[in-house]
Design a protein around this ligand. Structure first.
Ligand SMILES: Cc1cc2nc3c(=O)[nH]c(=O)nc-3n(C[C@H](O)[C@H](O)[C@H](O)COP(=O)(O)OP(=O)(O)OC[C@H]3O[C@@H](n4cnc5c(N)ncnc54)[C@H](O)[C@@H]3O)c2cc1C
Length: 288
């Protein structure tokens, strides 16, 4: 892969718009997300406030976006960013066992719709994790559970099983299957993560699973977990009108950057974030 200029995390209207503008400005981009773009997009029955498309369905708007991406030869890399690391002058983004680097990042990850489980926030980093690739090595010979919202995460459980003796895989979707004797699919409803100083067990609707770690793999990850220390405003990343965050080189747009949650606002902010990232890259060049 040629040197990247910008990594865009998220394939909803904000991330797509950022990708389109960055491509118009001839930047080398990596667009991370999902092939069917955004669950929030395809779920909308009728959209009445997207200019040029009165009454369009979310599915049809998705097709229009796909057509636009194809015409501009923009590809989506189907991967979930699990961590962003500051490498002094560049950022490294970890996706499973893959690492990508670029001097600018655009966060367009949308808002997390699922509520956290009781005990999850308190035990985060004390047995609860959002990234098997980052933390699997902490579990040699141990027992762990994976609560997964997507089939795409099954490889994370496989990787965890290279370290752990036993992995309970709790799918929040239908059709999970493994050919790995260390992984047991548990079709129970997770209810609570229990422990005081560290995780002791995972309570489900029908059992208590004694585990050393629980990995919660949702479609979206809180931005202050992705990049610890980024300034937040409640659940949103704090941005200015240029979509600049508190971290030079990291920009944010769309739902993650604040209310109102609207397609056109997300797309507009994606455009601004990309232009700001381009200016930032120019300023880096001038410094050299
Ligand atoms: C049912 C429904 C109907 C709606 N109707 C309307 C409407 O009529 N009009 C309107 O203006 N708005 C509507 N909205 C709101 C609109 O959907 C959101 O405002 C919009 O989708 C926000 O776009 P976004 O790009 O910020 O985030 P999202 O659309 O949420 O996209 C975020 C993307 O980022 C990906 N992602 C997240 N984390 C990561 C990660 N770590 N690595 C890689 N990818 C990641 C996700 O998988 C997702 O694809 C509706 C929402 C819903 C749920």
């Amino acid at each position: 892969m040629t040197d990247l200029d910008i990594i865009i995390i998220g394939s909803g209207p904000a991330g797509l718009s950022a990708a389109i503008t960055a491509k118009v400005r001839k930047k080398n981009i990596l667009l991370l997300g999902q092939k069917d773009l955004s669950t929030k997009l395809v779920k909308a029955q009728k959209i009445n406030n997207f200019p040029g498309f009165p009454g369009i369905s979310g599915k049809d708007l998705e097709h229009a976006f796909e057509e636009h991406l194809n015409q501009m030869e923009i590809e989506i890399t189907e991967a979930r960013a699990a961590k962003i690391y500051d490498m002094s002058g560049t950022f490294a983004v970890q996706c499973g066992q893959q690492m990508y680097q670029a001097p600018a990042i655009i966060l367009a990850t949308g808002m997390i719709t699922q509520k956290t489980f009781p005990g999850e926030d308190e035990l985060l980093g004390k047995g609860v994790s959002y990234c098997a690739t980052c933390d699997a090595a902490l579990y040699p010979g141990k027992t762990a559970a994976v609560i997964s919202y997507s089939k795409n995460e099954e490889h994370e459980a496989e990787f965890l099983a290279e370290y752990a003796d036993k992995v309970y895989y709790i799918p929040m979707y239908d059709g999970a299957a493994f050919n790995n004797e260390k992984i047991e699919v548990v079709n129970e409803k997770p209810l609570e993560m229990v422990g005081t100083d560290s995780l002791e067990f995972l309570k489900t609707d029908s059992s208590e699973l004694k585990v050393d770690g629980v990995f919660v793999l949702r479609e979206s990850i809180a931005p202050d977990y992705l990049f610890p220390g980024i300034e937040m405003d409640g659940h949103h990343v704090k941005v200015d009108i240029h979509m600049t965050t508190s971290v030079p080189g990291i920009f944010a747009c769309g739902d993650i950057a604040g209310l109102p949650y609207q397609y056109i606002k997300a797309a507009g902010e994606g455009n601004i974030a990309a232009l700001s990232a381009v200016s930032y890259l120019d300023s880096l060049k001038k410094e050299k």
